[in-house]
Design a protein around this ligand. Structure first.
Ligand SMILES: O=P(O)(O)OC[C@H]1C[C@H](OP(=O)(O)OP(=O)(O)O)[C@H](O)[C@@H]1O
Length: 276
């Protein structure tokens, strides 16, 4: 029985959303819906246009016999700005301030809707950068790395601060953590990263930048390439950070230990050049 266009469009859209960054041939869809390629092309033109108008993402068409379509989930700049502004207001609540200028984020990092949005917003900045892997450090960076890796459709690797037999042989580096100038170690399983991999580093929070710096050193040890750094939130660190360019979605502009309140504003995500 011939499948009607309305049904094809619904199922096709679901399939595309569920397979981001995957090349899907017209033949595949023609077989799936027992329809002519010309009908499928018309269907895809409708989906492409609607995705564009609604800001769902980009549907790239690859011409030729080995061609097809690839769905790239991107969020528009204004939608991202709107979301991050709302989030900065939500974060400027009382009682998120922790000793040492850290901020309690775990409730946000456990919120699946927020993680999907954050993953999409961060991934949107790197869709043309050919990322091979997303890197973060255990523990709170992991949900962010997983969300970003989903939208970029690349693996994520977890750097650890402790040695575990289950990681096999590892590469480790020492780094200076936080303003207390403490020397810490972080390591990554040798199997995790191939030489020459292009790596995107993400984390939940950046204060002194020592942790990010440690991951930069690890990437060098693997002879891989650091493509970018994005943190969910950055603290207002007075000292000099030892790291290169980075993006932050949120910036903890000020903390008031008396009233235990914090002022959170959008980070430099929208600035053209990442903040030095
Ligand atoms: O910029 P820095 O001064 O290096 O601090 C940022 C670190 C500290 C904190 O991790 P922890 O809360 O210590 O560890 P976990 O993520 O395992 O909770 C945060 O997740 C970043 O990784």
């Amino acid at each position: 029985v011939k499948i009607r266009r309305s049904e094809r469009l619904i199922d096709m859209t679901y399939y595309l959303l569920d397979h981001p960054h995957k090349l899907i041939s017209l033949t595949y869809f023609a077989k799936r819906y027992e329809s002519a390629k010309s009908s499928i092309s018309e269907d895809l033109a409708i989906v492409k246009k609607t995705f564009q108008t609604r800001g769902t993402g980009v549907l790239n068409t690859i011409p030729g016999a080995a061609g097809g379509v690839i769905f790239i989930p991107v969020i528009t700049e204004e939608a991202a700005k709107e979301y991050i502004t709302a989030l900065s207001e939500r974060l400027s609540e009382q009682d998120r301030l922790l000793p040492g200028g850290y901020v309690y984020l775990s409730d946000l990092l456990g919120d699946p809707t927020l993680l999907r949005q954050i993953g999409r917003i961060i991934a949107s900045k790197y869709i043309d950068k050919e990322i091979d892997a997303v890197m973060t450090v255990a523990t709170k960076g992991v949900p962010i790395a997983q969300a970003v890796s989903y939208y970029l459709n690349v693996p994520f690797v977890i750097v650890r601060r402790d040695s575990k037999i289950t990681e096999g042989s590892t590469v480790s580096v020492n780094y200076v953590s936080g303003s207390s100038e403490r020397i810490e170690k972080m390591e990554l399983s040798k199997r995790s990263l191939k030489r020459g991999s292009r790596v995107l580093v993400v984390d939940d929070f950046m204060k002194g930048g020592g942790t990010i710096n440690g991951m930069q050193s690890l990437i060098e040890e693997f002879e891989a390439e650091l493509v970018g750094v994005t943190v969910f939130a950055e603290g207002n660190f007075k000292g000099k950070r030892a790291i290169a360019d980075y993006h932050s979605l949120l910036f903890v502009e000020s903390v008031d230990t008396q009233t235990k309140t914090i002022k959170v504003v959008p980070g430099n995500y929208f600035d053209e050049q990442p903040k030095k």
